[in-house]
Design a protein around this ligand. Sequence first.
Ligand code: FES
Length: 72
Amino acid sequence: MDKPKNAVKLKLKANKKYSVCTCGKSDTLPYCDNSHRILNKENGTNYKSFKVFPEEDTTIWVSSSTWENTGK
Ligand code: FES
């Protein structure tokens, strides 16, 4: 499987909620820090985080075309 260059590996714990950034403006990428609220207000966009609720401990890869710098 070819992953995008900015793909980030997340180790997730069971029964915990994770909010992943889709707007690319979070200071805590790949997680949402609610920076999308300012972005949406200033630009009329409608970005929202997506939520992940793992049923068991797991590892996933995530990426978004809006992420320029995930620090990974
Ligand atoms: S900060 Fe990007 S979706 Fe929340």
